[in-house]
Design a protein around this ligand. Structure first.
Ligand code: GTP
Ligand code: SPV
Ligand code: MN
Length: 583
């Protein structure tokens, strides 16, 4: 297995604390995984789906109280409180370890502890990092197999002396009152207890690849971001990559694998990543990105053949579904999959359901865990150790009003301000109210592992280190008319907007300068073949100065949290925006 003493010692410590009956090293080999699947089916932890229609696919139902990330119980434990910043929950590391030890003590009695070695990033990439997750959940093991490069490959990468992120997950009794997702950035450590749901327990994902990695990136001069990575080849054969940060359940997976509308000609779209990007300055002075993940943990509801064909295709084999509905023929269903719901099904709670039930068959945050290699448009660069060069960074959110369809920042520093002032309506991806506008800078408010004021400064500093930086944009696919209908068709048609963005990167498209940034002329966006008139497009591209003046209040209130730590560069941008709005 391994001679890595740090690893062996740490496993002994965790064993002494949690007292599992047995320790099982996960090698990543198919025979071992197949035995685990069979065991999970025998205990009811997973349901085997129709082998003909969905080969290698399983359904898992979480506890009713355990269906999304819980931000209120997510802690950043740095020795100094101010290092976690005003937007994170903080606890002193000693206190947090003591509290969690009380919860974890003996919690794996009668259970097995699985040792899951994994790499975030392609094997042998200078970007990549190793993590080890100890868990008492087969669901976690099988999901980690899909989401990461997992097993012996990771032990090899680790070597005898290598360092790793120490991830300990105990599902305990899935008690929501004792649920904690805790990051110790100074110790490269993550402890998660009393949950068995995706983002809380697949510790390579948000906990490591964003919270711990953003802390590492701040120290080491790189960036860990909540971004998809997308490759686009235009009809002339010119290829570019863009990265886009939207908050949870705001369209990253969809944009990452969109189907080009044929009206734009022979466009090719390739997915490098759908949720997380690690970015570094390359020797050529551009910003390069890898996707540290190996699979998609995607939102099921709303995914269908029309909205996201490639995601749906990705889920047709070797996929784990969480909290979707089960059909009588052993297939799955969720709201929005088909126009006609099934006549009967078993809902996400395991109860009989019909369309007349008046409840949702699938949970709004139900998910699929699908291997990236299943995706018909996965990029040939997906596994490349050096990643891909990024031409544009796109921020975005769900805003019924305020934000236009698209605008471009004046320069990098203004782009950082655009990211720092992002806001979006909350979604079911996190526990709590849905549809409430909240500030979510760079879509990182739940995921930044240190003081967000320092994070803004890090963005500004990175700009100075990138000789040829990406251009920065903001999009909003979710603007609504007075009847509450989305004004923009979205999905594949978003490429019409991306097309303008790519042309701007080559200085090929026109724009008009407004108070908030460069906005396309309506004629710059191709709406041929859409059921959308010029007036609606004009409305989508309009900037209402009065609404933006009130937006300033929301921004100022949010920035006030950071007190003196708010970077000068950000303050200057805010003053400049105020002036432009008053002009
Ligand atoms: P996380 O995995 O939580 O980070 O979410 P995500 O950002 O990848 O969001 P995803 O692409 O899964 O989309 C979330 C929801 O938004 C789904 O129900 C989609 O159908 C819907 N959606 C995505 N893109 C669009 C769009 O362009 N327009 C509209 N109206 N809805 C969209
Ligand atoms: C998100 O909430 O942004 C997700 C799902 O991508 S989770 O893994 O739960 O964080
Ligand atoms: Mn996400």
């Amino acid at each position: 297995m391994t001679n890595n003493k740090k690893l062996l010692d740490w496993i002994e410590e965790c064993k002494a604390l949690t007292c599992p009956d047995e320790i099982v090293w996960i090698t990543g080999e198919e025979a071992q995984l197949e035995a685990l699947r069979a065991e999970a089916v025998s205990t009811g932890e997973m349901i085997k789906l129709n082998e003909e229609k969905l080969p290698g696919c399983y359904l898992h139902r979480t506890a009713e109280n355990d269906v999304a990330r819980v931000e209120s119980r997510t802690l950043i434990c740095t020795s100094k409180k101010e290092d976690a910043g005003p937007t994170n929950n903080w606890m002193a590391p000693d206190e947090a370890y003591a509290m969690l030890k009380d919860i974890l003590r003996g919690s794996m009695k009668g259970r097995k502890m699985y040792v899951v070695p994994y790499i975030m990033g392609p094997a042998s990439s200078p970007f990549s990092k190793v993590g080890i997750e100890l868990t008492d959940s087969i669901y976690v093991v099988l999901n980690m197999k899909i989401m990461t490069r997992m097993g012996d490959i990771a032990l090899k990468e680790l070597g005898d002396e290598g360092d790793f992120v120490k991830c300990l997950h105990g599902k305990c009794n899935v008690d929501p009152e004792k649920r904690y997702i805790v990051q110790f950035p100074e110790d490269n450590t993550i402890w998660s207890v009393n949950s068995a749901y995706g983002g809380n327990v697949l510790l390579g994902k948000k906990c490591f690849a964003l919270r711990i990695a953003s802390y590492m990136g701040h120290k080491e001069g790189w960036m860990a971001e909540h971004m998809l990575i997308l490759g686009l080849t235009n009809p002339k054969g010119e290829k570019k990559y863009v990265a886009a940060a939207f908050p949870s359940a705001c369209g990253k997976t969809n944009l990452a694998m969109l189907i080009p509308p044929s009206i734009l000609g022979d466009y090719k779209v390739e997915t490098v990543g759908d949720d997380i990007a690690w970015l570094r300055v390359g020797d050529d002075g551009r910003l390069w990105a890898i996707n540290p993940e190996a699979g998609f943990f995607g939102v099921a509801p709303g995914t269908n053949e029309k909205t996201n064909f490639n995601a749906l295709e990705s889920t047709k084999k070797n996929t784990i579904f969480t909290n979707v509905a089960l059909c009588p023929d052993g297939t799955v269903w969720w709201e929005g999959l088909t126009k006609e719901p099934p006549k009967e099904a078993i809902d996400w709670l395991g109860k009989p359901w019909t369309p007349e039930s008046g409840t949702k068959a699938a949970h709004p945050n139900s998910r699929f865990t699908a291997p990236a290699i299943n995706c018909p448009c996965i990029s040939p660069e997906f596994d490349k150790p050096q990643g891909v060069p990024i031409s544009a960074i796109i921020f975005g959110g769900r805003r019924a009003k305020t934000a236009p369809l698209v605008y471009q920042s004046f320069d990098w520093d203004h782009g950082v301000f655009v990211g720092a002032t992002m806001a979006s309506e909350t979604t079911a991806a996190a526990a709590g109210a849905v549809g409430v506008v909240r500030r979510d800078p760079m879509a990182m408010i739940p995921f930044c592992g240190y003081d967000m004021a320092d994070y803004f400064q890090h963005w500004i500093d990175m700009g100075k280190k990138i000789p040829n930086p990406p251009k920065i944009f903001h999009v909003n696919w979710f603007r609504q008319d007075e009847n509450g209908h989305f004004m923009w068709p979205g999905f594949g048609d978003n490429l019409r907007v991306i097309n303008w963005i790519l042309d701007r990167c080559d200085d090929k498209a026109s724009a008009s300068k407004t108070a908030i940034g460069y906005i396309p002329e309506p004629s710059d966006i191709n709406i041929d073949g859409l059921d959308l008139d010029m007036d609606t497009l004009k409305e989508l591209l309009s900037v209402d100065k009065e609404i933006w003046k009130s937006e300033i209040d929301g921004i100022s209130e949010f920035f006030a949290k950071f007190g003196d730590k708010l970077p000068e560069g950000i303050k200057e941008q805010l003053e400049a925006l105020k002036e432009r709005l008053n002009d």
